[in-house]
Design a protein around this ligand. Structure first.
Ligand SMILES: [Zn+2]
Length: 198
């Protein structure tokens, strides 16, 4: 079970935070992150969903691969569970793995309370969204699994989101063509991510 105190070991000199050699920093969710999201949406519209997904995906895949290289994480189911725990401990939300088929590249991850940070950013700014908004998070959850399993064909969609009034955020990960079709069938236009190249 996740503890109350973060267990990620951060290092670094004055002025930097390092997690396994990767530089991190604290960012205010309610104002800074929300302003970033609104600015990107103002410029590119719904494509913001894809941009935030890609950013999360690359970060998640890189994080997983770096920790495996450093022998700080195993490239298996236990590794994915560890990665999700560390993502939660990073303050992004309290994520739970509801289903996991590591070999098949499939997972269902949920987040209720504390809610995923992107839903929090929307709700704390009194926004109720028509579409799920946790696109960076979705990218990280897919990227971690893709990075650990060395697969490039994985995608994900957010089946329900706190920011739309749902009781929890539910993320589905599977082969990209499967998740793209599922997202379109559910009218989740923001969940339909075009094919990507690493
Ligand atoms: Zn959400």
């Amino acid at each position: 079970m996740p503890g109350k105190t973060p267990r990620i070991r951060l290092e670094g000199r004055f002025g930097e935070l390092l997690d396994s050699g990767m530089r991190m920093c604290l960012l205010d969710v309610e104002t800074s992150f929300h302003s970033l999201r609104k600015s990107v949406e103002g410029i590119v519209g719904e494509a913001a969903s894809t941009l935030f997904f890609e950013s999360g995906f690359r970060g998640g895949a890189n994080y997983a691969q770096a920790l495996v290289r450093n022998r700080a994480m195993r490239a298996d189911e236990a590794g994915y569970r560890q990665a999700i725990r560390e993502f939660s401990e990073g303050g992004f939300g309290a994520f739970q793995i509801r289903e996991l088929d590591f070999a098949g590249g499939r997972a269902c991850v949920t987040c209720r309370e504390p809610m995923a940070f992107e839903a929090y950013a929307a709700l704390t700014n009194h926004e109720v969204r028509k579409q799920p908004v946790c696109d960076f998070t979705r990218g990280v959850l897919v990227g971690l699994l893709a990075g650990l399993s060395q697969r490039e064909d994985l995608g994900g969609y957010e089946e329900s989101c706190r920011a739309t009034g749902a009781p929890e955020c539910v993320f589905r990960i599977d082969q990209e063509e499967v998740t793209r079709s599922a997202a379109i069938a559910r009218n989740l236009s923001r969940g339909a991510t075009p094919p990507r190249r690493p």
